[in-house]
Write a protein that binds this ligand. Structure first.
Ligand code: FES
Length: 174
């Protein structure tokens, strides 16, 4: 598996080691392993010749970049006013209740992280959330619960298929 330094260098090289692309570089790097470590930040600072403090502050500013491990699915719920006034508060409470964690946390089984984000440009269909890369709008508490249930069903089915594939690979023997 590609190590931290190699992954960081690969993405930085793709952007021509241009410090003006710092945000894009960090976002892409974040997508590789789900979050950035101090090693990623130090290597980016070194290669881009910018202070580590600047890299760290950019990384902590953007909600799509994480500095700690995230769950298998990451919910990013828009907390800005236009989404809030059309029912965001109720959806916020439903999400916390459904997952059993407050915003900013990850479930103990590592399946879900519940995070906030600022406006993602879909205000016309607020309240809005992203689940991983997918955007869901016109949320109500019920619709938010249904979306989570869909992901849970998909996870269960994937686990069952993986189990069946493992069983078949063993020649169907117990
Ligand atoms: S304010 Fe929520 S998407 Fe714009």
């Amino acid at each position: 598996m590609e190590d931290v330094i190699a992954a960081t260098n690969r993405i930085i090289d793709k952007y021509g080691a241009n410090s003006e692309s710092l945000v894009e570089i960090l976002r892409e790097l974040n997508d590789v392993g789900g979050y950035l470590t101090t090693e990623h930040l130090a290597q980016a600072a070194k290669r881009l010749r910018v202070p580590e403090s600047k890299v760290a502050s950019v990384a902590s500013f953007y909600s799509l970049i994480s500095l700690e491990p995230m769950g298998r699915h990451v919910i990013r719920f828009c907390q800005d006013a236009p989404c809030h006034v059309v029912g965001g508060r109720e959806v916020w409470e439903a999400l916390e209740h459904e997952l059993g964690i407050p915003f900013g946390e990850t479930t103990l089984d590592g399946e879900w992280s519940l995070m906030t984000t600022s406006c993602i440009g879909a205000c016309a269909v607020g309240p809005v959330m992203m689940v991983d890369e997918d955007i869901y709008g016109n949320l109500t508490p019920e619709r938010a619960r249904e979306i989570i249930a869909r992901y849970r069903t998909a996870s269960r089915q994937a686990a069952q298929s993986a189990e069946r594939a493992g069983f078949a690979a063993q020649g169907g023997q117990e």
